[in-house]
Design a protein around this ligand. Structure first.
Ligand code: GDP
Ligand code: MG
Length: 392
């Protein structure tokens, strides 16, 4: 049988972000290769990361790959997502629960629109620490090319500072995911330097272990002969095999009969862990992405809330026209995607680039609480990012 997960090191969730083709997936594969050679993890090849199984949940295609690895001091779950829309759905809504991020910027290309948008969104969802991988450094390795890399580094530091990340002190490590993947010793060392920067620069986040258990459902699977399994990152609290839980959205109370992390059984999962929960007698079609598994009675789903919202500017990929009371976009809250009516009160309109207070009435009840982050989407793009200020 499978060996149990033993918690020997603190666990953190990180992920790669950045513009398409800047090398996020290559670097992710390279990290697992470098660590596998040190004997702390399994090598996950590019193809296995980039062709993560697709799930289709209520018409949204979700594509997210998780890999796990260990450095000398920490255990990491690392997410890599293929497309920009996947970042919006997973990272921005807090589903990816990043404790820190590796911003991958191609030294050949510099900052591109999705580079800037991911930094903005990371700020909005409370990712407090970003380490920069100035990737493809092998391609700008001599003569005047190194000046190009220096310029890109300056530009990235400015971008971080503009979003409150302290660009002067953030680590910017020149790496080559591709060469490290090929086994080149110099670039293998660059990936090790990047991991050291992540280990030291991203602090261990505060985990709300004493709070009632809550897990937003990311994915639902059926395991033949065992039943229905839901997966996701534990947002707060702890859960043990045998615990009673409530599935909000499904209206079902049941018992956790099995717990796994990365395919290994565990007795107790805690805030920050990426887990699969086997739920007793749970019908497969009763539970969906967007539902929330929680300690029974610990949360009351609501429809109305006030929020502080930043309306993205057109330059950031947002709207070109103001929004007004009566606006009816999609709200991405945790892993849920819910339509909602916007009331701007006396403000009447909010222009792209503005910060605004709004009252929202959702189309269906969802667990809400002050401080919860969300994204506002319209016609397949992000037009706003906000935080719940009060539940009504
Ligand atoms: P993603 O879209 O950000 O995940 O980017 P990929 O990892 O798929 O890489 C995009 C392209 O850049 C591929 O052709 C890679 O081989 C190439 N690439 C990735 N990393 C490096 C690198 O360090 N150096 C060079 N020269 N090319 C790279
Ligand atoms: Mg990729």
């Amino acid at each position: 049988s499978k060996t149990a997960y033993v918690r020997t090191k603190p666990h953190l969730n990180i992920g790669t972000m950045g513009h398409v083709d800047h090398g996020k997936t290559t670097l992710t594969a390279a990290i697992t290769k470098v660590l596998a050679e040190r004997g702390s993890g399994a090598f996950v090849p590019f193809d296995r990361i980039d062709r993560a199984p697709e799930e289709v949940a209520r018409g949204i295609t979700i594509n997210i790959a998780h890999v796990e690895y260990e450095t000398d001091t920490r255990h990491y779950a690392h997410v890599d997502m293929p497309g920009h829309a996947d970042y919006v759905k997973n990272m921005v809504t807090g589903a990816a629960q990043l404790d820190g991020a590796i911003l991958v910027v191609s030294a050949l290309d510099g900052i591109m629109p999705q580079t800037a948008e991911h930094v903005l969104l990371a700020r909005q969802v409370g990712v407090d620490h970003i380490v920069v991988a100035l990737n493809k450094a092998d391609a700008v390795d001599d003569g005047e090319d190194t000046m190009l890399a220096d310029l890109v580094e300056l530009e990235v530091r400015e971008l971080l500072t503009a979003h409150g990340y302290g660009g002067d002190s953030a680590p910017v490590v020149r790496v080559s995911g591709l060469r490290a993947l090929e086994g080149d010793p110099r670039w293998t060392a660059s990936v090790e330097a990047l991991l050291d920067a992540v280990d030291t620069y991203v602090p261990m986040p505060e985990r709300y272990l004493d709070a009632p258990f809550l897990l937003p459902v990311e994915n639902v699977l059926t395991i033949t002969g065992r039943g229905t399994v839901v997966t996701g990152a534990v947002e707060r609290g702890t859960v043990r095999v045998g615990d009673r839980v409530e599935v909000l959205g499904a209206g079902v109370e049941t018992v956790v009969t099995g717990l796994e992390t990365f395919g290994r059984p565990m007795q107790e999962a805690q805030a920050g862990d990426n887990v699969a929960l086997l739920l007793r007698g749970m019908p497969r079609d009763a539970v969906r992405r967007g539902h929330v598994v929680a300690e029974p009675g610990s949360v009351v789903p609501r429809r109305r809330f006030t929020a502080q919202v930043y309306v993205l500017s057109a330059r950031e990929g947002g709207r070109t026209t103001p929004l007004a009371t009566g606006y009816r976009p999609q709200f991405y809250i945790r892993t849920a995607d819910v339509v909602g009516d916007v009331d701007l009160g006396t403000a009447a309109v909010a222009r792209p680039g503005e910060q605004v207070e709004m009252t929202v009435e959702l189309g269906r009840e969802t667990p809400l609480e002050p401080g919860l982050g969300f994204a506002i989407r319209e016609g397949g793009r992000t037009v706003g990012a906000g935080t719940v200020t009060a539940v009504l």
